[in-house]
Design a protein around this ligand. Structure first.
Ligand SMILES: C[S@@+](CC[C@H](N)C(=O)[O-])C[C@H]1O[C@@H](n2cnc3c(N)ncnc32)[C@H](O)[C@@H]1O
Length: 353
């Protein structure tokens, strides 16, 4: 125990953040095998968020025939079929889930909280993925350092997380943090080991929850997906650099096409970003709207519109606030502009057509 704490403490002491002694404690400190011996063949996120997880893995793993470790694996590794791996190893606690995971060629049962030394030789893997599980790691500094050891030079470590968790097994600091703080934490785990390049942040949030989802009726957006990923430091430069993916919405519309569509909005009354018909919206009679003299505006209320969806990510990055904007056309001035919205429901009660 003293040895355990010392290792974690030695690495942690290099961190730029300050941790408290109980940060990595949990409500349930019983043996992890007990909790995870129960099979959970469930999806931990809604289908849209899971598809973002899959595409991100698909886009970032650029190695030919990579050897992949799914660290803290369950029954689904979220690895798309487009990746022709040489081998995928799943390390986790539940034998039945792992045996039923179609992506895996090898299963390793190992409790990383009891022993963070990963049971693999140095330089074994091209890619290590850790999905929806980082909340449960008690000794993250040691584990990240170990990942740095078992990855080959230039290999990818991809950590994907959201905001759902088994509360009693999540460590205190994770449980009590908000999404921004969790990003900072994971970034710190990467940086403090000194074994990785500067991590890149990926965010996908604010997207509409799929109608088929069991929580759709609550009106909450799709589960957010955050990822931090970095290559292990290496003495050579890659010939094919890894893509820099920071958002799930791909490239915005081509500028020329967008300008052309914007010019014709007055005639078509269609959103240039998604092509949907704009809704006629009554300008409310309140002091915040007195800058507009007209009674009506035309707004795109399509919750799938890329302009609106991307807005959540952009506003979050720029202001740290949970808000987006919708596309609005002012018929009196014949001009277009964004109108800020704090939620998907906002302004909708003003729709008149
Ligand atoms: C929420 S599930 C996520 C499973 C999978 N990675 C996914 O994305 O669907 C958490 C996983 O972490 C694994 N896990 C939890 N504590 C662990 C530990 N101490 N050592 C190894 N694996 C652990 C469990 O076996 C479980 O499969």
């Amino acid at each position: 125990m003293i040895h355990e704490c010392k290792q974690q403490h030695d690495i942690m002491s290099k961190s730029k953040l300050t941790y408290s002694p109980d940060d990595f404690t949990r409500f349930d400190e019983s043996n992890d095998f007990t909790f995870y011996s129960q099979d959970r063949f469930v999806n931990h996120l809604d289908s849209l968020a899971l598809s973002s997880v899959r595409s991100l893995i698909g886009e970032l793993v650029i190695e030919d025939n990579p050897v992949i470790l799914d660290l803290m694996a369950g029954w689904d590794s979220h690895i798309p079929e487009s990746i022709r791996s040489k081998k995928v190893v799943g390390l986790g606690l539940n034998r039945n889930e792992l045996d039923n995971n179609p992506a895996l060629n090898q299963v390793v049962i190992h409790d990383i909280n009891a022993d963070p030394i990963l049971p693999f030789p140095d330089d074994t893997f091209d890619v290590v993925v850790n999905t929806l599980s980082i909340a449960y790691i008690k000794r993250p500094f040691e584990v990240f350092s170990e990942v740095g050891r078992i990855l080959r030079q230039g290999g990818l470590f991809l950590v994907i997380f959201s905001n759902r968790m088994f509360l009693k097994k999540a460590v205190k600091i994770w449980r009590e943090a908000d999404d921004d703080e969790r990003i900072i934490l994971v970034e710190d785990f990467f940086n403090t080991t000194g074994k990785f390049e500067k991590p890149t942040l990926f965010i996908s949030r604010g997207k509409p929850r799929p109608e088929s989802d069991k929580y759709f009726h609550l009106g909450i957006p799709s589960d957010p997906v955050y990822a931090l990923y970095a290559d292990k430091k290496s003495t050579f430069t890659r010939r094919n650099p890894r893509p820099n993916i920071t958002s799930a919405y791909g490239k915005p519309l081509d500028n020329r096409e967008l300008r052309a569509r914007e010019k014709s909005v007055g005639k078509t009354l269609c959103c240039p970003h998604c092509g949907e018909r704009l809704s006629k919206w009554a300008v409310p009679d309140n002091p915040f709207c007195q800058t507009w003299d007209n009674e009506y505006m035309f707004i795109c209320f399509n919750d799938h519109c890329p302009y609106y969806v991307r807005g959540w990510e952009l506003m979050y990055r720029q202001t740290n606030k949970t808000m987006s904007y919708r596309f609005m056309y002012n018929p009196d001035k014949d001009c277009t502009m964004p109108i800020p919205v704090p939620s998907a429901k906002a302004l909708k009660d003003g729709i008149i057509l």
